[in-house]
Write a protein that binds this ligand. Structure first.
Ligand code: ADP
Ligand code: ASP
Ligand code: MG
Length: 401
């Protein structure tokens, strides 16, 4: 008898038939004697539709009201799933984020979980109830509803598994595990039996949205037994854990991110403190700077280029323009038509030829590289967005076949 936390994503609960499919899976585990905590996302495209609805009313609504709206998606799902389980004749109770004791830091729309008061859930489990919890939401110190950012239901599930010391956390989605690349874009991608927390964290951060990156961070921190699998078949999934065999596998997976924009500051004075000014300004605006490149100085001038998430572009440009004189650049240019393709693998740290192999694959496909960034376990390149799918495929095939 175990305590199991399961999470079902939007496609897994998109209509009545899928909800009963989930209900049946849950009671199957319950019948085996397990204590069940089940986290659900909003149905299908509900979250996106709610965002559209908000925009019809107000292009820039406050984040507080946005969260009041967005949290309703998950609330619909928990009620419907609980009703389905009632209908099957099992004891069940649904809980919103605050009822489940999920406390977050205050920042609306991108809140982080601070702590979980598990008493209520434990009481319900003691009463033999199946507990259904709304993903993606919590409450902050002002008693306001918060949400955790796109994909945040994964993090709700892992956080609950950690807080309840669950034996297992299963993330059910619309693919049957973590693949070497997104199987919807890379035709030769294949499923991994296992992947390390570190590799999964890099992949998730670099664009593999199969898991929310913070859920992986949390799983690593609390050593949560994590599994990714499909709600639509019975295939074996992927285990995410501390150590996996790196033997022969230089690269574990490839990721692509289209939510990238490049900014270049042209003709900045070539003297100390300029990069500091630019990047501290971005930090002040809470904008994450990713790949950066500084040209060699010429005639006392240099250029600095860097990438930010596309949704941060407008704010970044505004801040830079407002500080044009302080920073002292002549011109600014930018583009949204770029993508980032990255390879990730714990095994590459000690293998010098990996970068060359990646660049060769891109050269063979006649794809131009704009920027490069490397770390111990990943290499990323910035390329034109029009080349992104091709690059994703050729880089994948170079390493993974
Ligand atoms: P859910 O609604 O269940 O949370 P998501 O859409 O958030 O599902 O995540 C699942 C999707 O992630 C898959 O349908 C797939 O297109 C995408 N994906 C991206 N990279 C990968 C990868 N490496 N392995 C598996 N799926 C991936
Ligand atoms: N419904 C939220 C979203 O789509 C959270 C989630 O599905 O994980 O981003
Ligand atoms: Mg998701």
């Amino acid at each position: 008898m175990a305590l199991i936390v399961q999470k079902y994503g939007g496609t897994s609960v998109k209509d009545a038939e899928r909800i009963f499919n989930v209900a049946n899976r849950v009671v199957e585990y319950y019948d085996q004697g397990h204590s069940m905590v089940v986290v659900v996302s909003a149905q299908g495209d509900t979250t996106d539709e709610l965002i559209e609805k908000a925009k019809e009313i107000n292009e820039k609504p406050s984040n507080r009201e946005m969260d009041v709206l967005l949290s309703t998606g998950e609330q619909i799902s928990i009620a419907l799933l609980a009703m389905a389980i009632e209908k099957l004749g099992y004891p069940v109770i649904s809980l919103t984020g605050w009822q489940a004791g999920i406390h977050t830091y205050s920042k609306n729309t991108i809140a982080r979980i601070k702590r979980i008061d598990t008493e209520r859930i434990k009481r319900e489990l003691d009463k033999k109830n199946i507990v259904i919890v709304a993903g993606f939401q919590g409450i902050n110190k002002y008693d306001d509803i918060t949400t955790l950012g796109s994909g945040g239901s994964d993090t709700t599930a892992v956080a609950l598994a950690a807080a309840l010391h669950a034996d297992l956390c299963q993330i059910y989605t619309d693919v049957d595990g973590v693949y070497t690349a997104d199987p919807r874009v890379v035709k030769n991608a294949y499923k991994l039996d296992e992947i390390s927390y570190d590799e999964m964290l890099e992949l998730a951060t670099l664009g593999a949205n199969v898991l929310h990156n913070r859920s992986v961070e949390m799983a690593k921190k609390y050593n949560v037994n994590l599994e990714v699998l499909s709600s639509l078949n019975r295939n074996k999934g992927t285990i995410v854990k501390e150590v996996v065999n790196v033997e022969k596998m230089l690269v574990r997976g490839v990721a692509r991110d289209n939510d990238v924009a490049r900014i270049s500051l042209i003709n900045i004075e070539d003297k100390p403190g300029k990069a500091f000014l630019v990047f501290s300004l971005m930090a002040k605006h809470n904008i994450n700077v990713d790949i950066t490149l500084q040209s060699i100085g010429r005639e006392d001038k240099k250029d600095i280029s860097f990438t930010v998430a596309e949704h941060n572009l407008e704010e970044a440009l505004k801040a830079l323009q407002e500080n044009k004189d302080v920073i002292g650049f002549e011109d600014i240019n930018y583009t949204k038509n770029v993508s980032k393709v990255s390879i990730v693998g714990a095994g590459m740290a000690s293998n010098p030829g990996v970068a060359a192999m990646m660049f060769e694959a891109l050269y063979d496909a006649n794809i131009n590289i704009h920027m490069i960034s490397t770390s111990e376990i990943k290499i990323s390149v910035l390329i034109d967005e029009k080349d992104a799918d091709l690059a994703y495929n050729v880089v994948h095939d170079k390493f993974m076949l």
